[in-house]
Design a protein. Structure first.
Length: 160
């Protein structure tokens, strides 16, 4: 008898599973259609444009809770690893190359190079370098003079 019950109930349980699966599939399709409909998109956009939402969002962002959440996020190992992954990524390398090759970067570098502060620093460094070179030339010239004078005295057998 139990075998007979099993033979009768197996098809029924299979049918129930199939019906449940079909119901889930139909529900997913209905939800997809509703969420992607122009009416829902319009409703969401209208809601986002409301001044009340902007005020609530501004208050939330200024709250101590958001401050704590941001601090905890910044201190997390997960965020540090995510940032490392981004910095080491091919996307970052390609973006950096594109930035360095850009006309905007050339304009920035030209502006910085021609700024009064940079020109003044380069001029000061050049004067400092020139002073250093002149001092080295003086020291070496004096040493050369001393050596030449000693040689001349030895040749002429004179004392200093």
């Amino acid at each position: 008898m139990p075998r007979l019950v099993s033979l009768v109930t197996r098809p029924a349980s299979g049918a129930l599973r199939l019906a449940g699966s079909l119901a889930v599939t139909v529900a997913e399709r209905v939800v997809d259609r509703v969420l992607t409909s122009p009416e829902v998109e319009r409703l969401i956009m209208e809601t986002l444009e409301r001044p009340e939402l902007e005020r609530l969002l501004a208050e939330a962002l200024d709250s101590p809770a958001v401050d704590r959440l941001v601090r905890r996020s910044l201190e997390s190992a997960g965020l540090a690893q995510a940032i490392r992954s981004v910095l080491e990524s091919e996307l970052m390398r390609a973006t950096t190359e594109q930035l360095l090759d850009s006309e905007e970067m050339r304009r920035i570098l030209e502006r910085v190079a021609n700024s009064p502060e940079v020109r003044s620093a380069v001029a000061a460094q050049s004067v400092g370098l020139a002073d250093e070179v002149a001092e080295q030339v003086r020291v070496r010239a004096a040493a050369g003079d001393d050596a030449a004078e000693r040689l001349a005295r030895r040749l002429l057998r004179r004392r200093p």
